[in-house]
Structure formats: structure tokens, C-alpha cells
Design a protein around this ligand. Sequence first.
Ligand code: 13P
Length: 253
Amino acid sequence: MTPLIAGNWKMNTTVEEGVTLARAVAEATAEARGVAIAVLPPFTHLAAVRDALRGTAVAVGAQDVFWEDSGAFTGEVSPLMLRGLCDLVLTGHSERRHLLGETDEQVGRKLAASLRAGLRVMVAVGETEGERDRDETFSVVDRQLQAAFAALGDAPPNGSDVVVAYEPVWAIGTGRTATPEQAEEVCGHIKVAVRAATGIESAQVLYGGSVTPVNAASLFAEPSIDGALVGGASLKAADFAAIVAAAAPAVAG
Ligand code: 13P
């Protein structure tokens, strides 16, 4: 499976800074082979970043989406509106779940609406530190995945349209990366859970949480980790490109 390295810029950069960063990412990753690359800028930047990246191998994604196609939902952005601006959409990021109260059920509705609109969807799941301490990691991840896929009803998704990002909340922005063993254990579990829920034989599963150029290669060496969802390090083109490069040999070798 071609690894995917996706940069979640979160609420960072102005439009102008985002365009500059996107161009720098394209340039710094131009030699990369055997790796899929995406950047996820804020909604406000999507058109400009899409234009800046035209003709490059860097895809564009959105950080969130709403579950209705149109209507009286002030401030929201629908999957239909994203069509043509980006190919990929992230849903279920823990910052939305924990800071904004997004529920498992809402994440499922967003997944379903985005697939209906022809977008590829990355569903983020992961446990808090307290949940890990109580040995609830698998049950939390299972609950989040089951709720997400339940929203699809009897329509199984195409395997290439769904990516799962395992992001332990305690590892996000903390510098406390999960060890390769911890990440592998949960990513492997996620593959099995997604197979049971959807029939997708081997879903693409990324790890996210304090991924850096230093720890990336050891994470990618694990068999169930098919790439990374990168936060902080994706804001520096050189660091992001080094993470992309670390994913390439995993394919070649
Ligand atoms: P950091 O890489 O900054 O820990 O963020 C991870 C993340 O939340 C990506 O979605």
C-alpha cells in the first residue's frame, strides 16, 4: 500500500503564508517517490492552495466538513462545497471531539455525507490518557469506528475512499509520541475492526501524534502503520519533507 503523509495545518497560517508553505512543501517533496502526500489547510485557504499545488504531486484536503449538503447551518461547509476544492476530508479529529463536543454519531454522518459527495475521507480516532490508563484504548477506538461506519448503513465503502488516522490524544502536540509498539498495536487492531465493520480487507491506517523527522522512520517500519497525520511538523516544509522521505524506503524495501 502506498503510504500517505498528510499535514494537518490546524488553525495556522494566513492565506498568503499557506500558499507559501504549500509551494515549499511541493518543492521539498518533489523527488519523493512511492509516497502519497497531502496538506490540509484551513477552509479559507483551499482554493488558493489548490491553485498553488496544481501540477504537483501534493493533494489537498479539508480539516472538517458538515453532514448536510446545504441549508440553514450558519458557518458550516458542506461536502458538495468542497468538491473541486479538495479530494480528501478529515473528520473526527480529537480537537473537534474534545474542544467542540463533536460526537461519534456526528463523525459518522460527516463520513457518510462526504463519501456520498465523492470525497475521500480520513476518520480520526484515539483515546485520551485517562482512557489508556484504564485500559480502554481498544474499546474507545472500537466505539468510535463502529459509530462512524454505522452511519453508512448497508452501503460498504470502497476501500480506497476511507483512511483511518489513529491519534492518541495524549500524543498530540505534546512531544510524547506513542512508541512504535504502542502505535502498531492499535493500528493493527483498527485494521481488524474496520474489516469487521465494512469488509475492507486492509484499510489504510495512519499514526498521528508528535510525529517528527526523528521518530518517523521507526513508526513507518511497523507493518500496520501506513503513513502519518502530521500536525506541528507539517508547518515546516523541511521537517514535513523529511517525514515524507522517511516513508519512501518502507515501500521500496
Ligand atoms: P502533532 O503532530 O502536532 O502532535 O499533531 C498531530 C495531529 O493532531 C494531526 O492531526
